[in-house]
Design a protein around this ligand. Structure first.
Ligand code: PGA
Length: 247
């Protein structure tokens, strides 16, 4: 039985004050029937972890593929570990799109995260154009395949996968539970081709306009092990309602 995870990706939103209020509200009503993690912007990680890290798990939205050095603006996995982070996103579609992150680079970031004891959440998903051209399967299999090839299947004992169709992110258009389930099943069978036992234990989250009113039906699908939540994770009642749907 895979325990569900609900992860809140705050992206580049909020202020220190709003971040503190949001975390305080989550901690005050802390769900224990599923795993919960939040991914605030970098500058807010340290104060939030110092205050609430004992109860709530934190993650970063990205990390460098390097250990340290002259890489202005970058943050390494070891620095994140040092602050008390437990998770890091790898290859979110906004990083792929705006920072031109390639499958190969993302695989290197997954390696660094694991080396430093962080749990990477590997994001995959097709764009609207790829979706409309019927290329969903090709795209997500290539994205996942690159990490399997580079890192080996054994890392998926720790790596979490998130399927996030790009056309559903922040658009209010969500994949139907059946459609999301079919992609999740496909990703799991790709993992199973390399190792059935690991595939069965790997958590695969769904992301893309998950809201309180659609979370339960998505999370009821066999291969959907929780969600990566953007917009709705910025409002404590919505985020907590989504957590409540994750049985
Ligand atoms: P959304 O974002 O829930 O606002 O669609 C999800 C994500 O980008 O992780």
């Amino acid at each position: 039985m895979r325990r569900k995870l609900v992860a809140g990706n705050w992206k580049m939103h909020g202020t220190r004050e709003s971040a503190e209020k949001l975390v305080a509200a989550i901690v005050a009503d802390f769900p224990t029937h599923c795993d919960v993690a939040v991914f605030p912007p970098f500058p807010y990680l340290v104060p939030l972890i110092e205050q609430h890290g004992a109860k709530l798990a934190f993650g970063a939205q990205d990390c460098s593929e390097h250990d340290d050095g002259a890489y202005t603006g970058d943050v390494s996995a070891s620095m994140l570990k040092d602050t008390g982070c437990r998770y890091v996103l790898a290859g979110h579609s906004e990083r792929r799109q705006y920072h031109h992150e390639t499958d190969a680079l993302i695989a290197c970031k997954v390696v660094k995260a694991l080396e430093h004891g962080l749990t990477p959440i590997l994001c995959v998903g097709e764009s609207l154009e790829e979706h409309d051209a019927g290329r969903t399967v090709d795209v997500v299999q290539r994205q996942l395949g690159k990490v399997i090839e580079h890192c080996g299947i054994a890392v998926f004992e720790r790596v979490i996968v998130a399927y996030e169709p790009v056309w559903a992110i922040g658009t209010g258009r969500t994949a139907s539970p059946e459609k999301a389930q079919s992609v999740h099943a496909l990703l799991r069978s790709q993992l199973a081709q390399a190792d059935a036992k690991i595939a069965n234990s790997t958590r695969i989250l769904y992301g893309g306009s998950v809201k309180p009113d659609n979370a339960a039906e998505l999370f009821a699908e066999n291969d959907i092990d929780g969600g990566l939540i953007g917009g709705a994770s910025l409002k404590a009642p919505d985020f907590l309602a989504i957590c409540a749907a994750a049985h």
